[in-house]
Design a protein around this ligand. Structure first.
Ligand SMILES: Cc1cc2nc3c(=O)[nH]c(=O)nc-3n(C[C@H](O)[C@H](O)[C@H](O)COP(=O)(O)O)c2cc1C
Ligand code: SF4
Length: 426
């Protein structure tokens, strides 16, 4: 089931070093790239069907096409390497095991969009990762792949690494831009969208690390070769970080469109300790949970996830076995989003705090069935009434747990305790 496109160099010793990476194919797309006009590159990326791997799945080539022409202003690329969503750890593999794929992808993107200054925004906690990335960038400058004449062409490109300070909200694209500008990391109201008014007021493209690292394969091998993997609308491959209660957690590159349960069984070794499956978080903590029945019919692509009323998200799959207490899980989830709220919208700043208080009341055995309904009502009142979707990233999954595992919340309200024997003993 596994394929090796993005992960082709992951298991090669020292592939983060430019000499090793080059021996195994890094920077080979550049000759082809510079023989293409920028508009041709954008068309090739559109034809590949590549969709943004940061979570929303927006078509990458189409996004580049939104840049206004001839504004007289510089165009910027901001690579989103914030990777702070719980259960998401795919970009880290690229940064550490194949940073030259990312740098080559940056060169491709910048040639296509006419950008000479790229920023990589990396999460603050990635301290060892940032050292590897910066060393790779320094090597790329030394080898002439970055700087005044990229690969000997009349094309300047500078890449600057900007470290975050540990705020999840700075992964939201406009908060990320504010943070690079040296301001407090708070999302901006949209429109205007960053493609028109982005970094320092200039047209800006923001793309995820994996989106950018997918480009060398597409340019070197052509859009059709990329489309040979995946489904008609969910093209190519994706890095899936599988964690939780499975026998073999880890990072696996798979073509899009495979049945979720087959992947869990055949790739990740199935639910651990011979236990039963209780639920699956399909794409990071912000995605609505799937029941075992839903997990049995969903495939790993954007369309099937939407048809199952959840989201593909970041490809961070979490397997929950039968011992998980869903009310405690929800407490943990809300606590994270409440803590990470930037505070500028009242429904998010206050509402997530109220939700946390209600869940904690239930956990303390002091809640009522009316509290469960109030929790649900709060989700409806908070969602989509805020500047960014951080609040919805909390309310959407919480609503799914309330709908699909209501009996567990009621057990706390009516019985004063967890329906899970393990939790009661603990
Ligand atoms: C609260 C929040 C956090 C986000 N965190 C990330 C992140 O860590 N990495 C990322 O690539 N996108 C993240 N996104 C999505 C970005 O806003 C943006 O859609 C993405 O970087 C675009 O790149 P893509 O088109 O290549 O997917 C986040 C969005 C929100 C609302
Ligand atoms: S929804 Fe929350 S995180 Fe997003 S801008 Fe509003 S307060 Fe900030």
């Amino acid at each position: 089931m596994e394929v090796k496109i993005l992960s082709a160099r992951f298991d090669i010793d020292n592939a983060h070093r430019i000499d090793v990476a080059r021996t195994h194919g890094a920077y080979r797309a550049l000759d082809k790239l510079f023989a293409m006009a920028p508009a041709e590159v954008i068309e090739e990326v559109k034809a590949s069907g590549l969709r943004g791997r940061g979570g929303a799945g927006f078509p990458t080539g189409m996004k580049w096409g939104f840049l206004p022409k001839d504004t007289g202003k510089p165009v910027y690329l901001a690579v989103n390497s914030d990777e702070s969503e719980p259960a998401t750890f795919k970009d880290r593999y690229i940064l550490v095991r194949d940073p030259h794929a990312l740098i080559e992808g940056i060169i491709i993107c910048c040639w296509a969009i006419g950008c000479h200054d790229c920023y990589i925004y990396i999460r603050g906690e990635y301290t060892s990762q940032v050292k590897i990335l910066q060393a790779a960038i320094d090597e790329a400058y030394g080898a002439g792949y970055l700087g005044a004449r990229v690969a000997g062409r009349d094309f300047r490109l500078d890449v600057t690494v900007h470290r975050g300070a540990g705020a999840y909200v700075c992964g939201e694209e406009t908060a990320l831009l504010e943070s690079i500008e040296g301001k407090k990391g708070q999302p901006r109201s949209k429109p205007p969208f960053p493609a028109v008014v982005g970094l320092f007021g200039c047209p800006t493209i923001i793309n995820n690390v994996q989106s950018i690292a997918s480009l060398p394969y597409i340019i070197a091998n052509g859009a059709a070769a990329y489309r040979a993997y995946g489904t008609e609308k969910s093209c190519g491959t994706h890095l899936f970080g599988i964690s939780g209660h499975v026998e073999r957690p880890g990072m696996y590159e798979l073509p899009l469109g495979l049945p979720l349960l087959e992947v869990l069984e055949n790739v990740a070794g199935g639910v651990w300790k011979g236990r039963k499956l209780k639920g699956v978080i399909p794409g990071g903590s912000s995605t609505p949970v799937l029941t075992p029945a839903e997990a049995a019919t969903v495939t790993l692509d954007y369309e099937s996830m939407a048809a199952h009323k959840t989201m593909f998200g970041s490809g961070g799959i979490v397997v929950l076995d039968e011992t998980v207490d869903m009310v405690r899980l929800v407490e943990n989830l809300i606590a994270f989003y409440h803590h990470e709220s930037c505070g500028q919208c009242t429904p998010c700043r206050e509402g997530l705090g109220w939700m946390l208080k209600i869940v904690r009341k239930l956990l303390a055995g002091e809640g009522t069935v009316a509290d469960i309904d109030l929790l649900r009502e709060l989700c409806d009142n908070i969602e989509m009434k805020t500047v960014c979707v951080l609040s919805a990233a909390c309310t959407m999954p919480v609503r799914s747990y309330l709908e699909k595992f209501r009996d567990e919340f009621e057990a706390y309200a009516l019985d004063g305790g967890s329906p899970q024997p393990e939790q009661r003993e603990g």
